[in-house]
Design a protein around this ligand. Structure first.
Ligand SMILES: Nc1nc2c(ncn2[C@@H]2O[C@H](COP(=O)(O)OP(=O)(O)OP(=O)(O)O)[C@@H](O)[C@H]2O)c(=O)[nH]1
Ligand SMILES: [Mg+2]
Length: 314
């Protein structure tokens, strides 16, 4: 019953193709036939990683690790270099957070409540729709709460997603208190024995204190109804925003307790290396990544599969 772990290797591979072809394919060019690894090769590798937005410090760390590991490699060829690179990248993703994978405990938490937050246009609403679809496909009963009461068009956009995903939705006229929508959504879930609640919120600048306070109020309202909830508070960030997205996440986490980071629009960038930097700096679980606008384009994040899709599995 793990269908909510939507992983489609073909989608993932094609979604990450810009980062792979612009950057990681270059690695092949650099290492092909280089049995003896000169310093020059290492500095080229380093430059490639930095260009992919892996970050300077992290790229240096990765190259250092590869150098160390290659000393003990008996067989030095393209494949062993690629393998060592992959192992090192997986280690970076795995050693930075206590919780590696999104494994929701639906048996003990019903309803399981997920709150989605982020700056304007990050991909929150789209992600809520895709996530609802994933859970619904896995046989869960889902309700979406439309707590973005700020933008007039927000209700309509989310209603379209709810219809596509074939899940129920709670909405109020725009201008209503977002907390009252949240209250009604969670109440409905309890009354109707719904498995998963996903709350979409309005885009907010992490620097606006009053808007961040609104999120705290939403959380308090949820907690009043279910003392264990929200189970998850996921920050959605646009993968194209690079360093800025890291800053957003840091400021958001000061106001709300984040439990995960969803990185969207990785299909639109050649700088997907940002995922490594985010994992390392933010130490947050990455439950999903977005690799397209379609309903199936929210992919469950598995560090090994992600690295294989980027560096190639051969
Ligand atoms: N290519 C691509 N586009 C995406 C992805 N996720 C979201 N988008 C697009 O990004 C745009 C903004 O998405 P929304 O879901 O409306 O973003 P939002 O965070 O809800 O925006 P606000 O509610 O205005 O703050 C839309 O055009 C989406 O189709 C993705 O993974 N890949
Ligand atoms: Mg939205």
């Amino acid at each position: 019953m793990n269908l909510f772990k939507n992983i489609n290797i073909d989608k993932l591979t094609s979604g990450l193709s810009k980062t792979r072809s612009a950057i990681f394919n270059r690695i092949s060019e650099v290492i092909t036939g280089k049995v003896k690894l000169e310093d020059e090769v290492f500095s080229e590798l380093e430059e490639i990683l930095i260009t992919a937005d892996v970050g300077v410090d992290l790229s240096l760390h990765i190259i250092g690790e590869i150098k160390k590991k290659m000393v003990v490699e008996t067989l030095r060829n393209d494949e062993s270099i690629r393998r060592v690179l992959k192992d090192t990248l997986i280690e970076v993703l795995n050693h930075t957070t206590a919780r590696l994978e999104f494994e929701p405990d639906f048996d003990n938490y019903k309803p399981f409540v997920i709150l989605i937050v982020g700056v304007n246009g990050a991909g929150k609403t789209t992600t809520v729709g895709k996530m609802a679809h994933n859970f619904c496909q896995a046989g869960q009963k889902v309700v979406i709460g439309a707590a973005d009461t700020f933008r007039a068009a927000a209700n309509e956009q989310l209603a379209i997603w709810a219809k596509r995903a074939n899940v129920s939705i709670v909405q109020k006229e725009s201008g209503s208190d977002p907390s009252s929508v949240v209250f009604e959504t969670v109440k409905k879930a309890i009354d109707e024995k719904i498995d998963v609640v996903i709350i979409d919120t309005a885009g907010r600048l992490h620097t606006k204190t009053n808007l961040m306070e609104e999120l705290s109020k939403i959380r308090r309202v949820i907690k009043k109804l279910l003392n264990y909830a929200p189970n998850e508070t996921f920050l959605v960030v646009d993968g194209n925003n690079g360093q800025n997205a890291i800053q957003q996440a840091k400021t958001f986490s000061k106001s709300v307790e984040l439990t995960g980071l969803i990185i969207t629009k990785l299909d639109g960038t050649a700088k997907g290396g940002i995922v490594f930097q985010m994992a390392k700096e933010l130490k947050l679980m990455i439950p999903y990544i977005g690799v397209g606008e379609g309903i199936n384009d929210l992919q469950y994040f598995d560090s090994k599969i992600f690295v294989n899709s980027l560096v190639g599995s051969n």
